[in-house]
Design a protein around this ligand. Structure first.
Ligand code: 4NP
Length: 156
């Protein structure tokens, strides 16, 4: 059993996209019983809301359903529940480092570090204030990193 928490700022664009895409890959690989997937935001402004309509539409066009997800804020107890806590950008990671208990034995890092090919992308850019292309870019990056993360977890 392995557990993964994806974290961004609002938990309505990037981390629910990662949640849906990675969960889809896990199910395809027949590992839904072995790998627990969740997402959360460092901020609470959107708690209880479904993912942004633009994230939902972009994901749906690639075969991922995000409609059932609801935003929540990261909790102190997440450090007891998740083996991997993966941040979408460097600010999310700094905020998580500040919450990290000294006893945390899991892996806290940047999600895009799991892209296996050479890549200059280390952060998933926030698409919230931009156009549709930003949401496609999020999906491109998230799909690549999800493949790498699943390969890593299967190996570990
Ligand atoms: P996310 O995007 O962190 O990818 O969910 C954002 C969503 C909302 C806001 C910022 C980022 N906001 O400021 O409300």
């Amino acid at each position: 059993m392995s557990s993964v928490l994806f974290v961004c700022l609002g938990n309505i664009c990037r981390s629910p996209t990662a949640h849906g895409v990675f969960e889809g890959l896990v199910a395809q690989a027949g590992l839904a019983e072995q790998i627990l997937v969740d997402s959360a935001g460092t901020g609470a402004w959107h708690a209880g809301e479904p993912p942004d309509k633009r994230s939902q539409a972009a994901a749906r066009a690639r075969g991922y359903e995000l409609q059932h997800l609801r935003a929540r804020q990261v909790l102190a107890s997440d450090f007891e529940r998740f083996d991997y806590i993966l941040a979408m950008d460097a600010q999310n990671l700094r905020d998580l480092e500040a919450m990290r208990p000294a006893s945390y034995q899991g892996e806290l890092g940047l999600f895009l570090d799991y892209i296996s090919e050479q890549s200059y992308h280390r952060e998933v850019p926030d698409p919230y204030y931009g156009g549709a292309q930003g949401f496609e870019h999020v999906l491109d990056l998230v799909e690549q990193a999800s493949q790498g993360l699943l390969a890593h977890i299967k190996q570990a």
